[in-house]
Design a protein around this ligand. Structure first.
Ligand code: NAP
Length: 253
């Protein structure tokens, strides 16, 4: 084994790969030589990212997909396979954080929507990609959870429960699939500076408390998540499965 990670010949699928953490992960995987499909709702944004990442050793292909819609997910996997072959690395990264507010204000519509995007999409993508990983005896699934899946997020219990669900699915899938060569792990970021978390990092009081109390007293950057994904995607993590890698500047220490 060498010290530089190579993913040459691998196919990766990163949902929400057009911006934020997903984009940083897509870039890192393509740098290591994987061919990467980036998928989300806004094709324009995905295309801009693909253009930005063109020229890396691996190709980056944008495919529009609303991960809450089964037919679009089926199309995403079909298109990925037809361009690059079966998926070796699945990164379940797309998410929504709707439903911020008190638990008693959660409606059925909010509940259905968040489960559809944050949980059901991952289950469907696993169902569509893992059989071929098992056939080939190898694969890596990386679920992007959150520290909110470990500690209940104030005013964000709905989001927290979906992120906790991803952690439990990770552990269950690891037990079920790892004997067949398919590993499954979770990354749980703390506060990372993206559009998604602007509500927190633009709040001066929240930010100043974090910058005072957190052991690493600053907000994280998407790139600081991407190296963990690269490791978990690669054979260098061949003995790691069913784990939650918390990357949070010590927030939960
Ligand atoms: N930022 C943080 O502080 C933080 C902390 C912990 C965990 N996380 C997790 O990290 C992951 C990435 O978040 P981020 O911070 O990078 O946020 P972001 O920059 O807002 O990215 C979210 C991505 O999800 C996609 N997406 C949203 N709804 C979708 C849908 N219905 N179908 C397909 N794609 C959809 C978005 O693309 P479109 O709009 O084009 O669909 C976007 O690419 C999420 O799972 C989030 O829960 C983030």
């Amino acid at each position: 084994m060498t010290t530089s990670i190579s993913l040459v010949g691998k196919t990766a699928l990163v949902t929400g790969g057009g911006r934020g953490i997903g984009k940083a992960i897509a870039k890192r995987l393509a740098e290591a030589g994987a061919n990467v499909v980036i998928a989300s709702r806004k094709l324009e944004n995905l295309e801009a990212t693909a253009t930005e990442l063109a020229g890396l050793p691996g190709k980056v292909l944008p495919i529009a997909c609303h991960v809450g819609r089964l037919e679009e997910i089926e199309n995403l996997v079909r298109e990925t396979e037809s361009h690059f072959g079966p998926v070796d690395i699945l990164v379940n990264n797309s998410a929504t954080n709707l439903g911020q507010g008190p638990s008693l204000a959660v409606t059925d519509e909010m509940l259905d929507k968040i489960v559809e995007i944050n949980i059901k999409a991952a289950i469907r993508l696993v169902r569509l990609t893992v059989p071929k990983m098992i056939e080939r005896g190898k694969g890596s699934i990386i679920n992007i959870s959150s520290v909110a899946g470990i500690e209940p997020q104030p005013q964000g219990l709905l989001y927290s429960f979906t992120k906790a669900g991803l952690i439990m699915m990770t552990r269950g899938w690891a037990r079920e699939f790892s004997p067949h060569g398919v590993r499954c792990n979770t990354i749980a970021p703390g506060l990372i500076q993206t559009d998604f978390s602007a509500h927190f990092w633009k709040n001066e009081q929240y930010r100043s408390e974090l910058e005072t109390n957190q052991p690493i007293p600053r907000i994280g950057q998407p790139d600081e998540i991407s190296f963990a994904a690269l490791y978990l995607a690669s054979d260098e993590s061949s003995y790691v499965t069913g784990q939650v890698l918390v990357i949070d500047g010590g927030m939960t220490a």
